[in-house]
Write a protein that binds this ligand. Structure first.
Ligand SMILES: Cc1cc2nc3c(=O)[nH]c(=O)nc-3n(C[C@H](O)[C@H](O)[C@H](O)COP(=O)(O)O)c2cc1C
Length: 197
C-alpha cells in the first residue's frame, strides 16, 4: 500500500515548484546528480524498457558544446546553471529488454523488427522518465529549468554522433534565483481538462 506524502511535500513537488530561468551561484555535486537518477529510475515504463539516457553537462567546456544549438533566449539559462541535463532516449532500448524484463526476454522482439513502434515507445517512455527526473530533482530540494528550444539534430550529432540515442529536451538543475521567475501562469481547471465517465 502506498502512503500519501504530506502537504509540504506536495508544495515542494507541485504547488510551489516553478520552472527556473536564473540560478543561484550554488553548485550541484555529482553525488546529488546520482541521487536524482537513483530515484527517477524507479518510475514505470512499458515492459520496463527504460529508454531514457542522460548526459549531465557540468563544466563550462561541456556547456560550450551545447551553446551553438540553443535558442538565443535559452543561452544564459543553460550557461549559468550548475548542471544542464540532456534528456535523451535510445531508439535501440530493446537490446536491454532481456536484462530489464527477465521474466519475458522475448519482449525484445516486439520492438526489434518494428522501427515505428520502437520510436514511439522510446519517445513516450523517455518523456515520462524526463518527468520522473524533474519530480525526483524537486524531491531532493533542487529546482528545474526544462527547455525544448534547441536544435535536436545538432545536439544529437555533437553528443551522440548521430547514433541511436536521440535528444528529447534539456533540463537545467540547481537552486533557482526567484528573481528570474515571472508570475505563475494559470492551469486548466479539472472541468476544462477532464471527463469522468
Ligand atoms: C518540455 C518543456 C520545454 C520547455 N521549453 C522551454 C524553453 O525552451 N525555454 C524556456 O524559457 N522555457 C521552456 N519551458 C518552460 C515552460 O514555459 C514552463 O515550464 C511553463 O511556462 C510553466 O511554468 P511554471 O513551471 O513556472 O509554472 C519548457 C518546459 C517544458 C516542460
Amino acid at each position: 500500500m502506498n502512503k500519501p506524502i504530506n502537504d509540504q511535500s506536495l508544495d515542494t513537488l507541485f504547488r510551489e515548484a516553478r520552472s527556473q530561468n536564473a540560478w543561484k551561484d550554488e553548485p550541484v555535486g555529482e553525488t546529488l546528480v546520482q541521487a536524482i537518477y537513483d530515484l527517477m529510475r524507479w518510475g514505470p515504463t512499458s515492459a520496463n524498457c527504460s529508454p531514457a539516457r542522460f548526459v549531465f553537462l557540468t563544466s563550462k567546456t561541456a556547456k560550450e558544446r551545447l551553446k551553438p544549438f540553443l535558442l538565443e533566449n535559452n543561452v544564459d539559462k543553460v550557461m549559468r546553471a550548475p548542471v544542464c541535463a540532456i534528456i535523451a532516449h535510445d531508439l535501440e532500448f530493446f537490446e536491454k529488454i532481456p536484462q530489464l524484463f527477465p521474466h519475458n526476454p522475448e519482449a525484445k522482439d516486439w520492438f526489434s523488427g518494428n522501427e515505428e513502434l520502437a520510436r514511439t515507445t522510446a519517445f513516450r517512455n523517455g518523456s515520462l522518465q524526463g518527468a520522473y527526473f524533474m519530480i525526483a530533482a524537486r524531491a531532493l530540494g533542487l529546482d528545474c529549468g526544462p527547455m525544448s528550444g534547441f536544435d535536436n539534430e545538432g545536439v544529437d550529432q555533437e553528443f551522440f554522433r548521430g547514433g541511436t540515442i536521440k535528444s528529447n529536451f534539456l533540463c537545467s538543475i540547481g537552486y533557482g534565483d526567484p528573481t528570474g521567475v515571472f508570475d505563475r501562469s494559470p492551469r486548466l481547471s479539472f472541468d476544462e481538462a477532464c471527463q469522468v465517465l
